[in-house]
Design a protein around this ligand. Structure first.
Ligand SMILES: *[C@@H]1O[C@H](CO)[C@@H](O)[C@H](O)[C@H]1NC(C)=O
Ligand SMILES: *[C@@H]1O[C@H](CO)[C@@H](O)[C@H](O)[C@H]1NC(C)=O
Ligand SMILES: *[C@@H]1O[C@H](CO)[C@@H](O)[C@H](O)[C@H]1NC(C)=O
Ligand SMILES: *[C@@H]1O[C@H](CO)[C@@H](O)[C@H](O)[C@H]1NC(C)=O
Ligand SMILES: *[C@@H]1O[C@H](CO)[C@@H](O)[C@H](O)[C@H]1NC(C)=O
Ligand SMILES: [Ca+2]
Length: 327
């Protein structure tokens, strides 16, 4: 029985009881008429019967009252139990969530200590430098690619969901943006710090037919902000074509910061932040076009060496690892 129903029943019972209590005195006060004349047997027996009935009624009333009092008492008892049970449920729930929290924290701590202690897996330098924008908790699961070409890769960029705009300003490209499990740019400051250690860049791509290609540069460096996050790459290998070579030795450009080698404003034309030359042979931070929508646009996620200037790819991942990494 719910609390509300119980409360309602109690109220109703109390109403009934007050009726009963109100009626009883009236009945008790109703005095038997005093015998005036000499009474015959018939009258006397009637009187006895009336008295009998009256007492019976009183007895019944009394019984009803105690019954009702009992019911009320039971109701109150139920009500109390209900409340106690509810309190117990609340207590259990809060205990459960507390335990859940603790388990989550423990899992976090475990995964962190695993990552921190294993310097070979997804090299630890990522841990020290990427923390500005992204929370450390998620690096182990998300930034590390242990499968591609020997593993040990730290993701620096991903395009696959298509809900995050990459048409952003200098400051956002400097610090990084997006979501770790979805699309993101790790941030140019982080790229600079991470690639002070000689690094290799690997770019993996997928088209809308499900085919995959890659381009790898065994030498990859991004300079600091004073040097406009200039790109240096060398030693291409792969099957997607060398479409980053054209961007070698160029400064980074974004919306509102035209550092390209062109009279045009490439970042505005290509709607991304990138090492634009004049303008592109690839545009990995371009606009995400879904399905058939690529074809007439040159501001998509392009890699000319594979699909030309107007095919926007379905998925891209850029990842790096130290040159001296041994799988
Ligand atoms: C009332 O009547 C019943 C039978 O009709 C009898 O058994 C009982 O004793 C009577 N009670 C009184 C108080 O007269
Ligand atoms: C490119 O690879 C060659 C051969 O492995 C190596 O000698 C050269 O130093 C590499 N260049 C850069 C810039 O890392
Ligand atoms: C790149 O930026 C630096 C300063 O940050 C500047 O000196 C240099 O001229 C720029 N290079 C190009 C090609 O614009
Ligand atoms: C990129 O530029 C650097 C510095 O000028 C050079 O050493 C390197 O070989 C160039 N890479 C390619 C692929 O041309
Ligand atoms: C796509 O690019 C190619 C090569 O530049 C060009 O020939 C073709 O007309 C373009 N297609 C569309 C739909 O713009
Ligand atoms: Ca320009």
């Amino acid at each position: 029985m719910s609390l509300r129903t119980a409360a309602l029943s109690v109220t109703l019972l109390l109403l009934v009881l007050s009726e009963v209590w109100a009626q009883n005195p009236r009945k008790r006060m109703a005095p038997p008429k005093p015998p005036k004349a000499q009474c015959c047997d018939e009258v006397r027996s009637l009187k006895v019967q009336v008295a009998n009935l009256t007492s019976l009624l009183e007895e019944l009333n009394r019984k009803q009252e105690t019954d009702m009092m009992n019911v009320v008492r039971q109701m109150m008892e139920l009500d109390k139990q209900n409340r106690q049970q509810e309190a117990r449920v609340t207590e259990a729930e809060s205990k459960y969530s507390e335990i859940n929290n603790r388990v989550e924290i423990m899992q976090l701590q475990a995964s962190q200590s695993v990552t921190q202690s294993s310097s070979v897996d997804c090299h630890d330098f990522a841990w020290y430098y990427v923390g500005r924008y992204f929370k450390l908790c998620c690096l182990f699961q998300v930034f590390c690619d242990m499968e591609s070409n020997g593993g040990g890769w730290t993701l620096i960029q991903r395009r696959k969901v298509g809900l995050t705009s990459f048409n952003r300003d200098w400051k956002q490209y400097k610090n990084g943006f997006g979501t770790i499990r979805g699309d993101f740019w790790l941030g140019n400051d982080n790229l600079f710090r991470m690639t002070r250690q000689p690094s290799t860049l690997r770019i993996e791509m997928e088209d809308w037919e499900g085919e995959t290609r890659y381009a790898e540069y065994s030498y990859f460096t991004v300079k600091n902000e004073l040097n406009s996050f200039k790109l240096l790459i060398a030693n291409y290998s792969g099957n997607a074509g060398d479409s980053l070579r054209y961007h070698n030795n160029t400064n980074f450009s974004t919306k509102g910061k035209d550092n390209d080698k062109c009279v045009d404003d490439c970042a505005s034309l290509r709607k991304g932040g990138y090492w634009y030359n004049c303008c592109t042979d690839s545009n990995l931070n371009g606009v995400f076009y879904r399905y058939g929508n690529h074809g007439k646009n040159t501001d998509g996620i392009t890699w000319y060496g594979w699909h030309g200037p107007n095919y926007s790819l379905k998925r891209v991942e850029m990842k790096i690892r130290p040159q001296n990494f041994k799988s």
